[in-house]
Write a protein that binds this ligand. Structure first.
Ligand SMILES: C[S@@+](CC[C@H](N)C(=O)[O-])C[C@H]1O[C@@H](n2cnc3c(N)ncnc32)[C@H](O)[C@@H]1O
Length: 252
């Protein structure tokens, strides 16, 4: 609540002043504040270290994240919107469509898509996330296939699913070019990608590695000829994520 109010007030500031305050905070306070807030498990120097991080360490780091986190960034409004984007493609077809959710986290979107009738597979780098998402899906009697893996090397054959969704995950990958190439390799029809619209910050509450401050950053990363890219504002929504995001739909 207090954080929501703080973010709303911050959003009222002119861009230049917001940037100046952020620079001061980054320089003098952010590192210590984050370390104090999260404690030992949080790698406050992630952006200095991630390039050299071996896969096992990456997996361990995200397992720790999921031991300390429960929420998904994707909320019900997003899930409804994404499902309707996928369903638009199905209007002329009868077969049961397949969808791969990359970076499923706690599984909210995957469970919603499975409930909507999509044959759903999930990939996440974190075994802890997969364990918790699977337990949740089982509790809700929803059938999903779970696979551990990296977005940069998806454990799936070429063109093996109709759709891929990848929400609040592309900003976490080590190698953006490899991840976008993998999404295009595995999906047959459509990619639905959601990322925060953000400028680079060295110290932040998250393990982001890729920054999309303009729709063109995302459009260029996929290099597809047919796409739509829209902006979404989350401020005031009941979502863990509060900020602006970009929704990209790419046609293969
Ligand atoms: C912010 S969470 C988003 C989870 C969920 N999609 C949502 O919208 O709430 C980012 C997810 O990406 C996963 N992740 C991080 N690096 C990854 C990678 N290279 N490949 C696949 N998943 C990754 C994390 O384990 C985490 O579940």
């Amino acid at each position: 609540m207090a954080n929501g109010l703080y973010l709303k007030l911050k959003a009222l500031l002119p861009d230049g002043l917001r940037d100046a305050l952020s620079t001061v905070n980054q320089h003098f306070f952010a590192r210590t504040t984050l370390q104090r807030k999260h404690g030992d498990w949080f790698e406050v120097d992630w952006r200095k270290k991630f390039q050299a991080m071996p896969p096992e360490e990456w997996i361990r780091a995200y397992d720790e994240v999921w031991k300390h986190h429960t929420n998904n960034c994707v909320d019900e409004t997003d899930a409804d919107m994404i499902i309707s984007v996928l369903e638009r493609s199905l209007q002329t077809e009868n077969s049961s469509a397949t969808v791969l959710e990359v970076g499923c986290g706690f599984g909210s979107l995957a469970i919603a898509m499975a409930r909507a009738g999509f044959q759903t597979t999930c990939v996440d780098v974190s075994n802890e996330a997969l364990r918790r998402a699977e337990a949740r899906a089982n509790n809700e009697s929803v059938t999903i296939t779970w696979k551990q893996g990296f977005a940069e090397a998806l454990p799936m054959a070429d063109k093996s699913v109709d759709f891929i969704t990848c929400c609040h995950t592309l900003e976490h990958v080590k190698d953006l070019a490899a991840a976008t190439a993998e999404l295009k390799r595995v999906a047959r029809k459509k990619l639905v990608v959601l990322v925060p619209r953000q400028k680079y910050r060295l110290y932040a509450d998250n393990y982001h590695t890729q920054f999309f401050s303009h729709p063109d950053d995302l459009i260029r990363a996929f290099g597809l000829e047919r796409y739509e890219c829209t902006e979404i504002n989350y401020l005031g929504r009941e979502s863990e994520f509060q900020g602006e995001a970009l929704l990209y739909v790419g046609y293969l």
